[in-house]
Design a protein around this ligand. Structure first.
Ligand code: AMP
Ligand code: TRP
Length: 318
């Protein structure tokens, strides 16, 4: 691992079956950064964030393992990036507490997730309310420069920056200010119904779908008869082929939704098949994930602990 490069950090919550929205919106960029080699990456399974949603030990373990396999099958190499689990680094929750003490309730009430919960009349847990502070800790503990995420996470990065500034003003220069990295053209990957692809909308194409599942899912894409081009089919197709490549196909098959869906099935399967194969290969050895997390946890703890000691000194508890 190279420690002199700027730090990149990102994470995903293990809350459901990973889908192509996660891939194109987040994971693909992480793999590209690894290839370019401009940063030292810390890639996290945000299991303590997920605990707000997944409250069953067996499910948490299965989803965590699945996410690690997803990162690896998508091309992340644990020899090149630090692949770790948030709960393996206690400094994350420790720093989140310190941030809680310098953050006001009205400030956190501006968070989208909190406002959504309130608007839907849900009883928002304290964990959900404090979610941005744990995420700020995730990011700031590593002196992170870049945070690649989907568009929905933009506000959280702003919260992390604000929190770093507030801490620095209060206790002295300690944290560097992170920047988000969002790829504009895939900022929101649409689902089968045209809404944002999300496990909570039940409109996803899972990343390791079988051929049969791909066929069923694509055939279920909602099409709006009336227009020449099935927009929801096209929007997903655009992830796999350039607009130039699609132009002749869609012109040739104007109004023929079935043929266009069949073409999308072929392109999706060609994209997913190698990922699926790699996933099953990695999954066949139960030690793989455990070994990767053990090593990644150790490296992440070493780095986080140095920063945490600096923070403890800054606030006067060490
Ligand atoms: P989640 O599964 O909601 O925890 O999201 C994990 C990562 O994938 C985050 O960086 C999200 O912003 C990104 N992501 C999730 N769904 C989409 C989507 N439909 N389009 C783009 N990015 C997404
Ligand atoms: N909140 C992010 C999401 O829901 C996951 C996450 C947790 C994260 N900690 C992070 C992303 C730190 C980037 C950096 O997608």
């Amino acid at each position: 691992m190279e420690t002199d490069k700027p730090i990149l950090l990102s994470g995903i919550k293990p809350t459901g079956v990973p889908h192509i929205g996660n891939y194109f919106g987040a994971i693909k960029q992480l793999v590209e950064f690894q290839t370019v080699g401009s940063h030292q990456s810390y890639i996290m399974v945000a299991d303590y964030h997920a605990l707000n949603f997944v409250q069953n030990a067996g499910d948490m373990r299965d989803l965590t393992r699945e996410l690690v396999l997803t990162y690896m099958a998508s091309g992340l190499n644990p020899e090149k990036v630090v692949l770790f689990k948030q709960s393996d680094v206690p400094a994350h929750t420790e720093l989140a507490w310190i941030f809680d003490t310098i953050t006001t309730m009205p400030y956190l009430m501006r968070a989208h997730a909190f406002k959504d919960g309130e608007a839907k009349n849900k009883e928002v847990s304290v964990g959900t309310f404090n979610y941005p502070m744990l995420m700020a800790a995730d990011i700031l503990l590593y002196n992170t420069a870049k945070v690649p995420v989907g568009h929905d996470q933009k506000q959280h990065i702003e919260f992390a920056r604000d929190t770093a500034e507030k801490f620095n003003r209060t206790f002295g220069e300690t944290f560097t200010l992170p920047e988000e990295f969002i790829v504009p053209e895939v900022a929101v990957v649409p689902g089968l119904d045209g809404q944002k692809m999300s496990k909570s909308y039940n409109n996803t194409i899972p990343l390791f779908s079988s051929r049969t599942d791909i066929e069923e899912l694509v055939m279920s894409i909602v099409t709006d008869s009336g227009s020449d081009r099935p927009e929801n089919v096209y929007a997903i197709h655009k992830l796999l082929k350039t607009e130039h490549e699609l132009e002749s196909l869609y012109t040739e098959h104007t109004g023929k939704y079935k043929a266009l869906k069949e073409a999308l099935i072929e392109d999706l399967d060609a994209f997913i098949a190698p990922l699926r194969e790699r996933y099953h290969e990695l999954a066949s050895d139960p030690r793989t994930v455990l070994d990767v997390l053990e090593k990644g946890g150790q490296l992440a703890r070493e780095r986080a602990n140095v920063k945490m000691e600096e923070v403890r000194r800054a606030v006067g508890v060490s």
